[in-house]
Design a protein around this ligand. Structure first.
Ligand code: BG6
Ligand code: MG
Length: 222
């Protein structure tokens, strides 16, 4: 029996992962006059702001002093926040509200396990905050995804053992984090990228609780 559901946010609850990468692209264009290739998008998905910037600078083989690194993070977040200004409840991805309702109807506790420090703001804009019994704070965990820490913190926030939880993710780092936490991983995306997920769906409209429960039951029998 599933007792807890741990949600990623960007790319699962709302399509904000696109905005993250647009902000990185704009930042790098303005500061270094360089274009970021598409492949960096998946590599920065689910990854903390600092780790994402480091990955991008490593890719570009650019070294910056700590002060400039911090300034770049601030600037990126300002660009990202601008794109969130228009965010409304209707921007919640298909099937998510129905899934939250179904979980709640079955008394399955719901927690957020997002790497984003902007997650509480986004949940509020989407008017979804009340569904969440806990929001794990990425600033309080030691290691970001792919480490399990944020999922462990989210499970702890709802007082459910990770093995009794499902985790839902759209990123490679996120699926690795759920698997490392020993929860049941549900991937939203392609098998090419998220092949390590215990259950994979193409998009959020296919996140049906009955299907997830059936697969979860099979998984724990094995
Ligand atoms: C994750 C996103 O959810 O949050 C990453 O997938 C992002 O792209 C990370 O870097 C941190 O977000 P923020 O809002 O704290 O910069
Ligand atoms: Mg995500």
């Amino acid at each position: 029996m599933i007792q807890g559901a741990l949600f990623d946010l960007d790319g699962v609850i709302a399509d904000t992962s696109v905005y993250h990468f647009q902000a990185w692209r704009a930042l790098i264009q303005t500061n270094f006059h360089k274009k970021l290739p598409d492949e960096l998008e998946q590599r920065t998905k689910g990854v903390s702001r600092a780790d994402s910037l480091q990955a991008i600078l490593d890719f570009l083989q650019i070294d910056v002093p700590q002060k400039q690194f911090e300034q770049l993070m601030i600037e990126k977040n300002q660009l990202y926040l601008q794109s969130l200004e228009q965010l409304q409840p209707k921007d919640t991805l298909p099937g998510i509200v129905a899934l939250l309702e179904a979980l709640q109807a079955q008394k399955i506790k719901i927690a957020l396990a997002s790497a984003s420090r902007n997650a509480p703001t986004i949940l509020a804009k989407l008017q979804l905050t009340d569904y969440f019994a806990a929001i794990a704070d990425p600033a309080q965990v030691q290691a970001g995804k792919p480490a399990p820490d944020i999922f462990l913190a989210a499970a702890q926030g709802i007082a459910v053992a990770p093995k009794d939880c499902i985790g839902i993710e759209d990123s490679i780092a996120g699926i690795q984090a759920i698997n490392a936490a020993q929860a049941f991983s549900v991937g939203v995306g392609s098998a090419q990228e998220l092949g390590a997920a215990d259950l994979l769906v193409d998009d959020t409209s296919q996140l049906k609780l009955d299907i997830i429960q059936t697969q979860f039951a099979k998984h724990i029998q094995n």
